[in-house]
Write a protein that binds this ligand. Structure first.
Ligand code: AP5
Length: 231
């Protein structure tokens, strides 16, 4: 059985940052399609090279490429049955394909958290974001600065500025989100699984609110409370 929790939100809403903390708290399997595509590109696979042209422009990679990646990841989850999706689905077609994929595995989409923040906050976050080349840890030049500029606190790796975090590409990514991804809000609202959270505040408060909502849902369903799994 595969139970899926989704973080939905515009570029810069804080999906990746919240995911890093949530998987430590909950022990869920993290599925971030953007990270998977960047990994494929780093390895120089055919899929990575195909995706690069879309990512550079801030456009979405075709649905059939993404769903194949996701299906493989669901199967690689091993004994894990709880998945945290970050950046997927991003179109109604992807949401429908995900629904079929989880049903095939006798699972369901349990909750969808909409991380909501104003456009000016998104732009400030994306233009200042820095990522570790070695371990992928996420920083921000002013919001979450590393102890030593340009160096990762966790592993000492080099921090880089994502090539799609330029002002022009950010503007395109935000437009793509409005036209292609925002329709998912009413889609999941209609299914009664959407939870809106204000992601313009401190990340600790945001994560606590999401964990609280997951625990309340678990309690309604008679599951054990979630806790720090020590990952
Ligand atoms: P992807 O990598 O998924 O990028 P994105 O959705 O554009 O989201 P971001 O990673 O930019 O933002 P985030 O919400 O994770 O914010 P973060 O936590 O880093 O996708 C990249 C590309 O891949 C797409 O454009 C597309 O081409 C392709 N792709 C991926 N998935 C696809 C799919 N399903 N279908 C088709 N194509 C797909 O935070 C940003 C910054 O803000 C950081 O510096 C962080 O430190 C800071 N910050 C975060 N939270 C806070 C906070 N609470 N307070 C202060 N600062 C904060």
């Amino acid at each position: 059985m595969a139970e899926v929790t989704i973080l939905l939100g515009a570029p810069g809403a804080g999906k990746g940052t919240a995911s890093e903390r949530l998987i430590k708290r909950l022990g869920y399997e993290h599925v971030a399609t953007g990270d998977m595509l960047r990994e494929a590109l780093k390895e120089g696979t055919a899929l990575g090279l195909k995706a690069e042209q879309y990512m550079k422009r801030g456009e979405l990679v075709p649905d059939e490429v993404i769903i194949q990646l996701v299906e493989e990841r669901l199967d690689k989850g091993g004994r894990r049955t709880q998945f945290l999706f970050d950046g997927f689905p991003r179109t109604l077609a992807q949401a429908e394909l995900l629904q079929k994929a989880v049903e095939k595995r006798r699972g369901k989409v349990a909750q969808v958290f909409l991380l909501d923040a104003p456009r000016e906050v998104l732009i400030q976050r994306l233009t200042g974001r820095r990522i570790c080349r070695s371990c992928g840890a996420n920083f921000h030049v002013t919001n979450m600065p590393p102890k030593k500029p340009g160096i990762c606190d966790s592993c000492g790796g080099e921090l880089y500025h994502r090539p799609d975090d330029t002002e022009t590409t950010i503007a395109n990514r935000l437009d793509v989100y409005t036209t292609q991804t925002q329709p998912l809000i009413s889609h999941y609202e209609g299914q009664g699984v959407l939870v809106r959270v204000d992601s313009s505040r401190q990340v600790d408060g945001l994560v606590a609110e999401i964990v609280g909502a997951i625990e309340r849902r678990g309690a309604r369903q008679g599951a054990k409370p979630v806790g720090d799994c020590g990952r």
